[in-house]
Design a protein around this ligand. Sequence first.
Ligand SMILES: NC(=O)C1=CN([C@@H]2O[C@H](COP(=O)(O)OP(=O)(O)OC[C@H]3O[C@@H](n4cnc5c(N)ncnc54)[C@H](O)[C@@H]3O)[C@@H](O)[C@H]2O)[C@@H](O)CC1
Ligand SMILES: [K+]
Length: 511
Amino acid sequence: MLSSDRMAAVDANAAALGVPRKQLMESSGNAVARVVRSVSEPGDRVALVCGRGNNGGDAFVAARFLKERDVTVRLLGRPESIGTTIARENWEALRTAELSADSVVDVAGSDLGLNAADVVVDALLGTGITGNVRAPERTAVERLNAAAAAGVTIVSVDVPTGIDADTGQPTGGTDGVAVDADHVVTFHDEKPGLGALDATLTVADIGIPAAAERYTGPGDLLGLGRDPDSHKGDNGEVLVVGGGPYTGAPSLSARAALRAGADLVRVACPTAVADAIQGYSADLIVRGLAGDRLTADHLGRLLDLAVAQDAVVIGPGMGDADDSLTLVRRFLESYSGRVVVDADALRVVSDVDTDAQLICTPHQGELRQMGGETAEDPDERAELVRSFAAGIGHTLLVKGRYDVIAGQSRSSAVGPNEGSNSDARTGPDARTGPVDVRLNRTGNPGMTVGGTGDVLAGVTGALAARTDPFAAAAAAAYVTGLAGDAAAETNGNGLVATDLIDRLPQALYDE
Ligand SMILES: NC(=O)C1=CN([C@@H]2O[C@H](COP(=O)(O)OP(=O)(O)OC[C@H]3O[C@@H](n4cnc5c(N)ncnc54)[C@H](O)[C@@H]3O)[C@@H](O)[C@H]2O)[C@@H](O)CC1
Ligand SMILES: [K+]
């Protein structure tokens, strides 16, 4: 079951794996034609009514696969207004091949090929729709529904025009118009809203490789770009808690969070190291907590600092003193936001009682220390991490040659502000939705150098401030690896963690 956002991500990942969208469109069109054949006889009249997006493009392809039917294709609007290159190319292929394909500018004055049609293909709008169906598609929807009422078979491409594939409800709300389909041909996987429709559903395999879902890819970064109208703070405020025995680690996490797009990053660290950490970067806001290491006495101040944050990163450079770990434990017991837990702070996770949404970023050794198991084989490891994540009720990002990310994905996750007052969500055991797993293949052996884990934790924090924990962890692993690969191009195995930080913006925003 895939939401339309996830479907778009998988589509982009497939393109990166060498299966471009136009190839998928060819398979989609072929699949639509198969269903049309199954509901018609040779010689039957088939009217394909098409919009100017890729939903229409699927039908232009289908027309080529329906040679033994009497086919008419009608495009709503001028060919110049076709919105995508691949749809336009498939339109031109129809025209060049002299199929009965015409554009319709005056929808009210055209029969849209519906007269005497036995089957009508609804390819007006698919998942690209926003709001209620507008003219001229709206007029066409009304005409299709009149044909449906007269007994003509309607086959919708991907989703009935006017229906939200995620909810099954009209995109225009209670007044929304939508096509009353007999058959729906959707692609790759079922969509949450289609099962409840009163239509026969076909899910067609369009050749998207399983790796497009299994592995992270550029699709996992969709939606993480900045909104050009956003203001300071809209792109996330992150608090990094750490330092004491070490000063570099919290500084690397904090600077990585900034480069990964957070607007404001604060570091909460012992006063003894505050100047050193500030000295690394003028971009950071440093808040000193009295002493030379973090202790349980700092709890009140830490909760004050954390209260308005979009994400907290806890652990980098903090050390494993008992008192510091007590602070982490008490903090997690009292906090209910999003927290990236790294390094020594991971030691408290397996038995802490928290309402916070945790993203834990252990390497394999730390995972074992937490009580998890690991294995050589990536698939076996993925399953072990998945079941451990399900058991603790938090997101895991286990670092390795292939990183493994496991947690509740968006379709099943409880949002940061949803359900927080519900009695059902009082501890890890309450989070029992299905747990997804993904593998990340970016990165290189040069990244075993110290500090890259701190960078990853900071990037995860910045992204967790903008999207759900599982998506944030997957995207963070992917971009941090990409930044590492770019750093290795210049510096080979001599790369250092700060090289990654400089390359994060390019990895994240140059899609
Ligand atoms: N995402 C994927 O992986 C795949 C998608 N495919 C097809 O591509 C479709 C999505 O294509 P697009 O993203 O181009 O979108 P659509 O073809 O669904 O619609 C885009 C067009 O609709 C217009 N539009 C938006 N809201 C409207 C409204 N309320 N009233 C009237 N017009 C409106 C837009 O201006 C744009 O021209 C899918 O439904 C599916 O049919 C397939 O080819 C295979 C793979
Ligand atoms: K449609």
